[in-house]
Design a binder for this molecule. Structure first.
Ligand SMILES: Cc1ncc(COP(=O)(O)O)c(C=O)c1O
Length: 344
């Protein structure tokens, strides 16, 4: 089965399973797990931050970061299609007590002037702004990248007003590869960043928060409160280290596969696809046909052993990843041409 639904569907590689079986472990709550300590150090080095903290998931990384950066009753400025706004069960409101102020984005990028205007002046009627959060790559925009310049601009504005910036970098390494920059450049001015081991990097579980030491000390406390102290977590970290060593250098291949599928799709009748959004491992498109709906397309693809899911009545997102080879990618292209090649 070729699973196009998400890069979260990847299975751990043989090298990951081997590393997990052989991992040296200890009690990570007491910081005694050498493999976790190593992963946190490697992650911090890659992102140019003082230190790192292994957490269970991207969602936990985001909420722990925001709990650590803000106070209840403050405001969080977010792009309106942010993962944190749509898909994290309202955790920032429920657990961190943050009021969310969303702003429109273009390819996931907010207008810096609008961000500055949204940081309301400090007066009796207004909620103070606790943080600005960015998402790179931007999931709902189709895996688009926020540039170094844009990120620096937002950080400069926020910091000028004394507001910290968090980056939800679930797929930050995809952005770095696509933009041809180091990941550390993309987060240089941010106060916190989380990235996921379990998405395009292909590990089975885990995310890492990176930031300065004082911030990570607070984050470690919140991780404990949320039940994220995992004891012999070295078995998770071991797979994460393999992911950073072996999978990071091949992320560009997923981008090539996504581009190939996107170009085939864009030429098919009734497909609306903005090729400018195809920057990393995702292909987001709409299907406008009388003879086949987005749901029916997915049903027909199942007949080709391809697993896909519509995101709305007309919208579908495909994600290319390590478990989809280049020849699988060609099979996807052939199937799409067969199903959509004829008709209106
Ligand atoms: C941009 C982004 N942030 C956060 C998450 C949450 O990660 P998790 O599913 O590990 O909680 C995801 C998940 O897909 C994501 O795409």
């Amino acid at each position: 089965m070729i699973d196009l639904r998400s890069d979260t569907k990847t299975k751990p590689t043989e090298a990951m399973r081997q590393a997990m079986a052989e991992a040296e472990v200890g009690d990570d709550v007491d910081r005694e797990d050498p493999t976790v300590n190593k992963l946190e150090a490697v992650a911090a080095e890659l992102l140019g931050k003082e230190t790192g903290l292994l957490v269970t998931s991207g969602t936990q990384g985001n909420i722990v970061s925001l709990l650590s950066l803000t106070e209840s009753g403050q405001k969080l400025i977010l792009e309106q299609d942010a993962h944190m706004f749509h898909y994290e069960r309202g955790g920032v409101a429920r657990l961190a007590g943050l009021m969310v102020h969303t702003l429109p984005g273009r390819y996931g990028t907010m207008d810096p002037e609008e961000v500055e205007t949204a940081i309301w002046p400090d007066e009796i009627h207004r909620a103070p702004t606790g943080a600005v959060a960015l998402e790179n790559t931007h999931n709902r925009a189709g895996g688009t990248c926020l540039s170094v310049g844009h990120t620096n601009d937002i950080c400069e504005i926020a910091h000028r007003h004394g507001v910290p910036v968090h980056i939800d970098g679930a797929r930050i390494f995809d952005a770095a590869v696509a933009l041809g920059v180091e990941a550390r450049e993309l987060v240089a001015d941010a106060d916190s960043v989380t990235f996921c081991l379990s998405k395009s990097l292909g590990a089975p579980v885990g995310s890492v928060i990176c930031g300065e030491a004082a911030f990570i000390t607070r984050a470690r406390e919140y991780r404990k409160i949320l039940g994220g102290g995992m004891r012999q977590a070295g078995i998770i970290a071991a797979a994460g280290l393999v992911a950073l060593e072996q999978e990071l250098p091949r992320l560009h291949e997923d981008h090539q596969k996504a581009r190939r599928v996107a170009e085939v799709l864009a030429a098919l009748p009734g497909v609306r696809l903005d090729l400018a959004t195809v920057q990393t491992n995702m292909v987001l498109f709409e299907l406008h046909r009388d003879d086949v709906t987005a749901m029916q397309l997915c049903e027909r693809l199942a007949g080709y052993d391809i697993n896909a899911k519509p995101r709305s009545e007309v919208e579908i997102r495909f994600v290319l990843h390590r478990d989809i080879s280049f020849s699988d990618t060609e099979r996807v292209c052939v199937a799409l041409e067969e199903v959509l090649g004829r008709g209106n």
